[in-house]
Design a protein around this ligand. Sequence first.
Ligand SMILES: Nc1ncnc2c1ncn2[C@@H]1O[C@H](COP(=O)(O)OP(=O)(O)O)[C@@H](O)[C@H]1O
Ligand SMILES: N[C@@H](CCOP(=O)(O)O)C(=O)O
Length: 356
Amino acid sequence: MVRRFEIKVPCTSSNIGPGFDVVGLSLSLYLTLSVTVDAQLKNTAPTLRYTGEGASEAPLDAYKNLTTRTALYVLRCAGISSFPLGVSIDVNNEVPFGRGLGSSGAAVVAGLLLGDALGELRLPKERLLDHALMIERHPDNVTAALIGGFVGSYLLDLSPEDTTAKAVPLSEVLPEYPPDAGAEWGKDPPAPPHGIGHYIRFGWAPEIDVIAIIPQFEVSTAKARSALPDSYSKADLIFNLQRLAVLTTALARSPPDQGLIFQAMQDRVHQPYRKHLIPGLPRILASVTPSTHPGLLGICLSGAGPTILALASTSRPNQQAIADTICHEFSKEQITCHVQFLHVTTEGATCTEQSP
Ligand SMILES: Nc1ncnc2c1ncn2[C@@H]1O[C@H](COP(=O)(O)OP(=O)(O)O)[C@@H](O)[C@H]1O
Ligand SMILES: N[C@@H](CCOP(=O)(O)O)C(=O)O
């Protein structure tokens, strides 16, 4: 029997200003996997085909590709040592790589659902999240992509034993297996501790849309994280905590209060330290305000950047003016941008089995 299913994962924007590594928002650009399992085709590793964003970059070797490596991790943690025979995957990707829209988080979440479906494991979302956090070690993107909507999350303080398990190098969690048939696969990967990540979904006012202004260059999240300091002043931490506490409720209120939201989206924990990676960032964040652009509610770096996220009321002419100004500011730095007018998705990642 041939089995077919589709996995669909939204992109995400994390931080939303002050919520570094805490909040994430799922948005209407998708990574979609159309999966066929036909055991009569005897291929031992899934065959991969890509269209869309990253099609020329994404590895087509299932032992090197982030999504299929994640799927194999989930399978191996469940005691299944290899992919089933005859898997083929058509990937259509709308999420640009390295732009701060959670492409790697989406790839990991797609891999979790893929492993779960291939192994017929039916793991609850909480357990899938544990696996995700062994790979993508900040919870904001993966939680929002898995659950959907505007989500806040924290990581549990683990026991010393579980801390050791979670701290294993990524190369042991996701080894790139030798591709030769019959080659040694090394030791079993470490299974995730239980209940690492905890989350809650906030409300989101229907009047708020999202504009993503996406510069045509990549910033790797790892590099943008290494730009951050190891410690912060008490004043800067209090500045962010005060704003985040207000922001999570302000974004759910109808009608949205633009003055409150704009101020609550200010940040002193990550954006100031990333400005050298995104030419023009301080000028852009300062030059687009509710007074210069009616309808603007807030502006921030999306995830680790370089995408700028503007929250705006649902009126399209205002949104176009906001996008045009930000694109113009980037053009002064010889950077061209692509604009996406998006909405917040209420549904997170899905896996839909198709009837034979
Ligand atoms: N759909 C995908 N399939 C395979 N690998 C992916 C996919 N999406 C992202 N990646 C990997 O993740 C990298 C980008 O991750 P990262 O630097 O965290 O940026 P982002 O902000 O887009 O998540 C890509 O260069 C690629 O290696
Ligand atoms: N909180 C993280 C979020 C990274 O998101 P990405 O979309 O850039 O991968 C950070 O700011 O480093």
